[in-house]
Design a binder for this molecule. Structure first.
Ligand code: DX5
Ligand code: ZN
Length: 215
């Protein structure tokens, strides 16, 4: 599956980019929420998610790069989030936070930064719907893919299978048609892509290229 990140879209013309994703082979919208504290950048918040929801015809995958994400679960759910991703590094009581996300009816995902070992997920992987592996340090679109991510995905896949978890694996950051085939091969189910899609000459075709590169 492919989840285009609107962070790389045209903010003066989001309507056009949302329609493009609606009409493409993409599966979800990936929405990057940054607070300027957890990550060194500020993006957009609840009112924008609410506006996107009005015309998006695919699920909203909301990636919270914020401290104390538990404070905003209900607000993002009410704004239209279908999947809520919280960072492992931002949650002191991750187990409770996952329960709180599920209580709203949303799917719950835990996200790990490049420095966080997948081994730390042993005791939480059975209760999440997805693990999001960051393949760049979060905060900005257009960064270079960190090669160590392949190994992390393979090890995470082993843990998921061993624990009999239904969890999907999503990967986010620096993804393009060169690394996508190996990411799918390593065990990724969903690839997020921002710059590679939105800065390309034909985003619809680029989405198709990413989606079908697993052969
Ligand atoms: C990074 C974000 C990513 C980013 C992906 O902090 O979480 O979703 O927008 O963009 P690219 O594909 O350009 O790295
Ligand atoms: Zn993201």
């Amino acid at each position: 599956m492919i989840a285009p990140s609107l962070l790389s879209g045209d903010f003066l013309n989001l309507h056009k980019d949302i329609e493009m994703v609606n009409n493409s082979d993409a599966d979800w919208f990936h929405l990057d929420i940054m607070d300027g504290v957890f990550v060194p950048n500020i993006s957009f918040g609840i009112p924008i998610v609410e506006a996107i929801k009005q015309i998006a015809t695919k699920p909203l995958d909301v990636h919270l790069m914020i401290v104390q994400p538990e404070k905003y679960i209900k607000s993002f759910r009410n704004a239209g989030a279908d999947i809520i991703n919280v960072h492992y590094e931002a949650c002191t009581h991750l187990h409770r936070t996952i329960e709180e996300i599920h209580a709203t009816g949303a799917k719950a995902a835990v996200t790990i930064n490049p420095h966080t070992s997948v081994n730390l997920l042993e005791d939480i992987v059975s209760m999440v719907d997805m693990v999001l592996v960051m393949s760049v340090n979060p905060g900005f679109g257009g960064q270079s893919f960190i090669e160590n991510s392949f190994k992390k995905i393979e090890r995470l896949k082993e843990i998921i299978l061993r624990k009999n978890s239904p969890s999907l694996i999503e990967v986010d950051g620096g993804i393009n048609s060169s690394n996508a085939p190996l990411l799918f091969k390593s065990g990724a189910d969903i690839l997020v892509s921002g710059n590679f899609i939105f800065k390309s000459a034909d985003p619809i075709q680029t989405i198709r290229e990413l989606k079908f590169c697993r052969g």
